[in-house]
Design a protein around this ligand. Structure first.
Ligand code: M6R
Length: 607
């Protein structure tokens, strides 16, 4: 998830672009750059690290250009470095890009054969050379021809020395807006970037290409036909705008989950062939049959994702799995060796205990892989293979979209490993993949329950204790629901396997204790339903999450939240989203600092 800005008008483009990029840093900030069209010649300035480094570089430059494009990067292909920072060029033209070009390796080989030289590891440089190779005197046509050859997602802005009076922009599956000013035009990944200049915006639609000139614009739809798009007036204040109109980053990130999951799975499966593929997995693939055990190590929410993965991997890839908390793993007498596949789960890639555990496993001869959200982070760098979750920066301290994208990556990995070990057939693979493809829609439907969940939260925000119960794959969701509630609302909460209730926690139940029960239709539905009866028999309060159309628990619980049906393994997605929304509302209703709860840090880089 990167941020792009474009400007054409009469103001100093360098200043407009850097100011715009500063409002997009939440989309990624491992490097930044701008390209300016100054007297018909393109000048590029790039810098690694936060935007302040680029800003400092530009202090002494006397650019007077009034046309340019800019980019703040969140690495997906190639580590954060000067060479990989955008903009990327091909002779006489320059491109900034947000998204993922899935067939970039194929296109790169084709372009290398034609004599194009590459300076970076990015998929974006492929786009620059592709446009150049398709250029025959008309930039928009070259962009159109190029995007016909691209598979993947993109928001693009392109400038060319041959047509210095315009910026060409295009989008598919990555956001891009046009800001309309007086005798000036803007392009941006998101509204806040240019909200101080204009309130009039056009939201480009899938496949649109637009030409921006100083005082005009033209839009062409996916078929190349000129088209009018509605101009919308945006009256958000700047703080609201940064969060895309949401009150908090956590809320925004909860709502981003359908999109984040699409980005995670993009280019990694084929429904027709029922297969899964990952880049750079040669070492894992060659030992797939030789591994006799997987050891998953993580902290906090990532550890909960690991607990779900144990169900997936044992069922689908038929391999024993242990799941350990990193701070415990690193101080145990370990029995691991070269037949062990070590799997680190981490959003940040910098968690000190997880990193240390990975180093120990590597030293003991295990193959080490990770599932990680931050490209080029320490854990990603030190792993033999990495699955990047592509969730985009997660700013709220409470992890939401990082969790769901980890879990979907783990399910894909289980299918991959099951196939490589020869224990998973075509039909079963298809069944899982089909359900994964439908997952974003399932989550969208849960998000529609927001108001209902808010009303329930109003009744319980002032309680002191909560119990969360789940079973099988939904037991880790009970743990995650309880963690989410305690970390942002400071309400004490415990997660338990529902069947374990009789062995202790049942003593807590009385008319004051709310119990959140995760009870979707599943192989253990009847068992969990009996646990609901046990709570009610002791006057406990039950908030039950059930599958749409399930009449079994109606009338027996104090509140029912319905979720769409999906296969049992995937029921964790709708149930966890319900718990995220519930915790969010409790904390918000209590007036707490949702995004930065007390005593917590986003990335725990110390022991
Ligand atoms: O970056 P990591 O996934 O390694 O972080 C692990 C935990 O610190 C993290 O999941 C933490 O528990 C979250 N704040 C939970 O919302």
């Amino acid at each position: 998830m990167c941020g792009i800005v474009g400007y054409i008008g009469s103001k100093n483009a360098s200043a407009v672009l850097v100011e715009g990029l500063s409002k997009l840093e939440y989309r990624g900030y491992d490097s930044a750059g701008i390209a300016l069209l100054e007297k018909g010649v393109i000048h590029t300035e790039r810098s690694v690290g936060k935007l302040v480094n680029l800003r400092n570089m530009l202090i002494d430059n006397k650019f007077t250009a009034t046309t340019g494009i800019g980019h703040t990067r969140w690495a997906t292909h190639g580590k954060p470095s000067f060479e990989n920072a955008h903009p990327h060029r091909s002779e006489g033209l320059t491109v900034v890009h947000n998204g993922i070009i899935e067939n970039y390796l194929e296109l790169k080989s084709m372009l290398i054969e034609k004599g194009y030289k590459f300076e970076s590891e990015t998929d974006t440089e492929v786009v620059a050379h592709l446009i150049k190779s398709n250029f025959s005197g008309y930039l928009r046509k070259a962009v159109r021809k190029s995007i016909e050859q691209i598979i993947g997602s993109y928001a693009l802005a392109v400038i060319s020395e041959e047509e210095p009076d315009r910026i060409i922009i295009a989008r598919k599956d990555s956001p891009l807006v046009i800001g309309i000013g007086e005798d000036e035009m803007f392009a941006a990944s998101d509204i806040p970037a240019v909200l101080s200049h204009t309130r009039n915006f056009i939201f480009l639609e899938e496949g649109d290409i637009a030409i921006l000139k100083k005082g005009s614009y033209e839009i062409f739809d996916i078929d190349g036909t000129p088209i009018e798009r509605e101009i919308k007036q945006i009256d958000w204040n700047p703080v609201m705008a940064e969060k895309a109109g949401y009150d908090h980053f956590m809320q925004k990130e909860i709502y981003e989950q359908p999109r984040a999951i699409i980005d995670t799975i993009r280019g990694r499966y084929s429904l027709e062939e029922s297969t899964v593929f990952f880049d750079g997995f040669e070492k894992v693939e060659s030992s797939a049959k030789a591994f006799n055990r997987i050891v998953i190590v993580a902290c906090g929410t990532s550890w909960h994702a690991g607990l779900i993965a144990k169900f997936y991997l044992e069922k689908i890839a038929k391999i024993p799995v242990e799941v350990d908390i990193a701070s415990e793993f690193r101080y145990r007498d370990l029995v691991i060796d070269d037949k062990t596949l070590f799997l680190a789960l981490t959003q940040s890639g910098e968690t000190a205990d997880t990193l240390s555990a990975l180093r120990i496993a590597k030293k003991m001869g295990s193959t080490v892989m990770s599932i990680c959200n931050v490209v080029g982070s320490s854990i990603a760098r030190e792993s033999d293979s990495v699955i990047y979750t592509h969730a985009g920066p997660e700013i709220g301290v409470a992890s939401t979209k990082a969790f769901t994208t980890q879990v979907v990556s783990l399910l894909l990995f289980s299918i991959y490993l099951g196939q490589k070990r020869g224990v998973l057939g075509h039909d079963e693979s298809f069944r899982y993949l089909q359900a994964i493809v439908e997952l974003p829609e399932v989550i969208e439907k849960v998000l529609e329950q927001d108001k209902n969940i808010l009303e329930i939260a109003k009744n319980y925000k002032d309680v002191s204790n909560f119990l969360y119960l789940g079973r099988n794959v939904n037991y880790p969701v009970a743990l995650e629901g309880a963690l989410k509630l305690k970390e942002i609302s400071y309400i004490h909460a415990e997660g338990y396997p529902a069947g374990e209730m009789k062995h202790g926690p049942i003593a807590l139940i009385d008319k004051n204790l709310p119990v959140f029960v995760l009870c979707p239709k599943s192989s253990v539905y009847e068992k969990v339903a009996s646990n609901v009866e046990e709570v009610k028999a002791r006057d406990g309060i039950v908030i039950a999450v059930v599958t749409e159309g399930d009449e079994g628990l109606k009338g027996k619980c104090d509140h029912i939240i319905e979720i769409p049906a999906t296969i049992e393994e995937l029921s964790v997605f709708p149930t966890v989203v319900v718990t995220q929304i519930f915790s969010y509302h409790c904390a918000h209703l209590l007036g707490l600092d949702v995004d930065q709860p007390r005593n917590l840090a986003k990335s725990v880089t110390v022991e």
